[in-house]
Design a protein around this ligand. Structure first.
Ligand SMILES: C[S@@+](CC[C@H](N)C(=O)[O-])C[C@H]1O[C@@H](n2cnc3c(N)ncnc32)[C@H](O)[C@@H]1O
Length: 318
């Protein structure tokens, strides 16, 4: 029991070591030919002893293989290359920095129910990101990497062909709407997000519109996708977004909500929920709580479909 505890106290070191390797682009460097400690030291002027410890750990934990003094990437290490278009490099970076500071201040959230991030930075997480283009870019690259993988089955699970037009509200860099457009090329697809996000978006065949979902959502589509948006907001704010979705849809329009629903999956979501409180003063809800919010705004619930091990698609009609 004591050993289990002692191990747990320092489990975050593993992530932080891999995170440092990503920040230094070690996986890309090895892939691109700096594949020995000598070459890495020579090209980057790093401290040899500390680098060797890091590389040893990366071998031990299955990211690298050492053969005749040359390193190669394992499949896991390859996923952490910035240049890998199917990788998780930005997803790895996402949980250090401000996220870690917010978690270190978690007791404030427990004591008050408020965001520990906001106590430190004196603004909401999205306002903070909006003020810093590079951080905003890294955050959205991370969300895109998660979304592209998590939503890959979405166009197969839902038959979107019944819609003429779909808008992905708070769609970030457009992973979900791109997957839908690829499978249903005749549907008009639109991506809606904050101005600073839309300025950075690179996307083909999809119309992009910027705006604030607390003000107005364009009346463009007969279906709205709201994926991993509502969990960022408390009930009061989530209701404003839902009201604006209701206003934007025509009669009989469809609302697809994609979220981690606490009652629909096997895993325990308490830590995810604590993260949402620390960062955004929100929490992960059950499908029943989502239904209550939507029904309070006039939507009627149709059905729920499981998207993957974590996310559920809740389908509502106006
Ligand atoms: C957690 S991300 C989800 C992104 C994407 N839908 C996904 O599933 O990966 C929340 C999104 O809401 C957007 N957002 C936040 N505040 C917004 C606002 N006031 N108006 C429009 N979009 C907003 C963010 O820029 C971000 O893209």
């Amino acid at each position: 029991m004591k050993n289990e505890l002692k191990g747990m106290f320092t489990e975050h070191w593993k992530y932080l070591a891999v995170n440092a390797a990503c920040e230094l682009n070690i996986f890309d460097k090895i892939f691109n030919g700096q594949n020995s400690s000598e070459k890495l030291i020579h090209s980057n002027n790093w401290d040899i002893k500390t680098l060797m410890n890091l590389l040893d750990f990366l071998i031990y934990d299955g990211y690298l293989i050492l053969n005749n003094e040359n390193y190669t990437l394992t499949e896991k290490g390859n996923l952490l290359r910035e240049e890998n278009p199917d990788g998780l490099y930005y997803a790895c970076l996402n949980w250090s920095g401000e996220h870690l500071l917010a978690w270190q201040n978690l007791k404030y959230s427990i004591q008050t129910g408020k965001s520990s991030f906001e106590q430190i930075y004196h603004k909401s997480y999205f306002d903070y990101l909006n003020d810093q283009p590079e951080k905003l870019y890294k955050y959205h690259k991370a969300m895109f990497e998660y979304a592209r993988d998590d939503y890959k089955e979405l166009p197969m699970i839902i038959d979107f062909s019944k819609h003429n037009s779909i808008i992905d509200v708070g769609g970030g860099y457009g992973a979900a709407i791109s997957l839908i457009k690829d499978k249903y090329p005749t549907i008009s697809c639109l991506l809606f997000d904050l101005e600073k996000v839309i300025e950075q978006v690179v996307i083909e065949n999809i119309e992009v519109v910027c705006g604030d979902f607390f003000n107005e959502i364009p009346k463009f589509a007969d279906a709205i996708i709201l994926s991993r948006v509502l969990h960022d907001w408390n009930d009061e704010k989530a209701m404003i977004i839902l009201q604006n979705c209701f206003n934007a849809l025509p009669a009989n329009g469809t609302l697809y909500i994609i979220e981690n629903c606490t009652d629909k999956i096997q895993s325990n979501l308490s830590l995810l929920s604590l993260n949402m409180t620390a960062m955004c003063q929100s929490y992960e809800r059950s499908s029943i709580e989502y239904k209550e919010l939507c029904e309070a705004k006039g939507f009627s619930f149709k059905e729920a479909k499981q998207l993957n091990q974590l996310q559920t698609i809740l389908i509502f009609k106006k």
